[in-house]
Design a protein around this ligand. Sequence first.
Ligand SMILES: Nc1ncnc2c1ncn2[C@@H]1O[C@H](COP(=O)(O)OP(=O)(O)O)[C@@H](O)[C@H]1O
Ligand SMILES: [Mg+2]
Length: 254
Amino acid sequence: MNKILELRQLTKHYGAVQALRGVDVVVYEGEVLAICGDNGAGKSTLIKVVSGAHPMTSGQLLLSGRAVRWASPHDALSNGVATIYQDLALAPRLTVWQNVFLGAELRRRVLPGLSVLDKRCMRAQTAHYLERLNQDIDDVDRPVSDFSGGQRQAVAIARALRWQARIVIMDEPTAALGVKETARVLALIQQLKSEGVTVLLISHNMEDVVHVADRVVILKAGRVAAQGPVLGLRPASLAQAIMTGQWPQLPATA
Ligand SMILES: Nc1ncnc2c1ncn2[C@@H]1O[C@H](COP(=O)(O)OP(=O)(O)O)[C@@H](O)[C@H]1O
Ligand SMILES: [Mg+2]
């Protein structure tokens, strides 16, 4: 399996607070990797460093084997690392397609030195991304505020696809959602995976993790306490592992 992302001895200090204390994580291409841990374990800090929102204090970040140092979230995004923030960073009054292309609109030249927004192309591409995600958002001209939480999540992911994201990072994507909408977001994650997109999922919900993740990394006080494959784990034993920092022993099969 190809390593798409590697964190080597990553540290992040906020003044005297050592949020990450030497984290080594390997992320394989096309997997769904869950990052779990108690409040304050360093999960959000980890993804802020990977997404370019915060500089690391020390250590290395390797993208497909190449050491990178992001100058900004936009820098990470244009290198295929997209982050879906908890608030989704959508503009509710703008249409679906305007949100997908926000800040990076497509233009077409009408005369030498004169270009206009290529709305037709942006509408069509938006519809195409949503189709890829199996989303039934029929009208990309409606404002985002018309749609449900799970559908908004899909719009945010469509925006990641617009940037040809190879890694999509999601911080607690189902935290504010009901059962049906949660199922929609889990299906979105599976759809991304089926397209070969790598997903980093931060989640407190062990049912969700067991449902969609291939592997789990457990952080505790800024360090990797345990990690392993999800296959065969029950949500309760994963919750236990987060508390103890020990990978659960699977019962021996007869
Ligand atoms: N901007 C910040 N300034 C100072 N301390 C911070 C900041 N962000 C997080 N921390 C501290 O870093 C530690 C890890 O926090 P965080 O990464 O948010 O953990 P988690 O997402 O796992 O709950 C905590 O002790 C938290 O209080
Ligand atoms: Mg957090």
